[in-house]
Design a protein around this ligand. Structure first.
Ligand code: ZN
Ligand code: ZN
Length: 343
């Protein structure tokens, strides 16, 4: 049974399930325009999720074949997964920020074994033990792994500009951090319930009411630029707080008000995390050793393999921020590189 919700002012949401994931579902928004309904995100590519999306659209008096366009907050599969199917059904355009569109292009052309080599080299450099890296080395042999091929977008979302939507004012706010091309979308129209503030913000995974999005590294086997995703994320949080939207419509969980208060909580959370890490770095630690000592939702030895890789990326993102702030530095000549706090 499809669950839909009418947010007023020609905006509705559908809950599209994400199979085997504690998040449960993605909130796909349907925004009416003078040229037909436009979707903000599409949901996970799975037959049951597609059926739920189609049923939800039917409950809204429309259907996959009527969709005019698809606006993607970021390239992750719980957001962009069904975009290709929607385009096949309707001929809709798909819009995405250039930085995430580049990741989609790379995903479509990079062979899995190249990705495993990259991950193996990266984890070795982070100080991961051989036992952890070995499965990746084994997997990098040419294999019969199914290719993963997300839909290539055909329009670019340009930061700061209004999207080309007939009869609506929807402005792209670039909010890198969770991904390099994440965007929030600001509906610059009066709130239907006249709540105080400026319009409504579709926040994707950038600003969620009860959880913090994963901030890792912008993994790119072809780019050696030392990026600072956590720094990007914190700056992006301030950017959306300044908009003071009347209501936030996130891609998971539920809508909420007082975005500036939520931003302050998230800034405080990351600041205390950075301070805790600086304390741990009283002794030199590799990213792996730091991740082992950080606080997670369960003890390190109970964290499964894939989640450990995500944890390492998160530790590295925090290390990069500390280095950039001059609060930690690499130990000269260490191999793999260890980091130590600057007192
Ligand atoms: Zn995401
Ligand atoms: Zn998500």
């Amino acid at each position: 049974m499809a669950q839909t919700y009418d947010h007023g002012g020609g905006v509705r949401s559908l809950r599209v399930p994400i199979p085997d994931n504690p998040l449960g579902h993605t909130l796909v928004y349907v925004v009416d325009t003078d040229r037909g309904p436009v979707l903000i995100d599409t949901g996970w590519d799975d037959p049951a999720s597609w059926d739920t999306l189609a049923e939800g659209l039917a409950a809204c008096g429309t259907g996959p074949a009527d969709i005019h366009g698809v606006v993607i907050t970021h390239h992750h599969p719980d957001h962009h997964g069904l975009s290709g199917k929607v385009r096949e059904a309707s001929g809709a355009w798909i819009a995405m920020h250039a930085a995430d569109a580049a990741i989609v292009r790379r995903t479509r052309t990079t062979r899995p074994e190249r990705w495993f080599s990259y991950m193996a080299a990266k984890l070795t450099a982070a100080g991961a033990p051989d036992a952890h890296v070995a499965p990746l080395r084994a997997a990098r042999r040419p294999s019969t792994l199914p290719g993963f091929s997300p839909a290539a977008p055909d329009r670019e979302i340009v930061p700061g500009e209004l999207l080309d939507l007939a009869g609506r004012r929807l402005r792209a706010i670039w909010t890198p951090g969770h991904t390099p091309g994440h965007v929030c979308l600001h509906l610059e129209e009066e709130h239907p319930a006249q709540l105080p503030g400026h319009g409504r913000l579709f926040s994707g995974d950038h600003l969620l009411p009860e959880i913090t999005p994963h901030i890792g590294l912008y993994e790119d086997p072809d780019d050696t630029t030392v990026t600072d995703p956590l720094g990007d994320y914190l700056a992006s949080l301030e950017r959306v707080a300044h908009l003071v939207p009347a209501e936030v419509l996130p891609a998971h969980q539920h809508t909420f008000t007082d975005a500036p208060a939520r931003v302050r909580e998230l800034l405080a959370h990351h600041e205390s995390r950075l301070t805790d890490l600086q304390v741990l770095l009283a002794e030199p630690l590799t990213p792996w050793q730091l991740a082992e000592r950080m606080e997670w939702n369960r003890p390190w030895d109970q964290i499964p393999y894939g989640s450990r890789n995500i944890a390492i990326a998160e530790a590295e993102a925090h290390l990069r921020r500390l280095v950039k702030l001059g609060r930690a530095e690499a130990v000269a000549g260490s191999e793999p590189v260890a980091y130590v706090a600057v007192q």
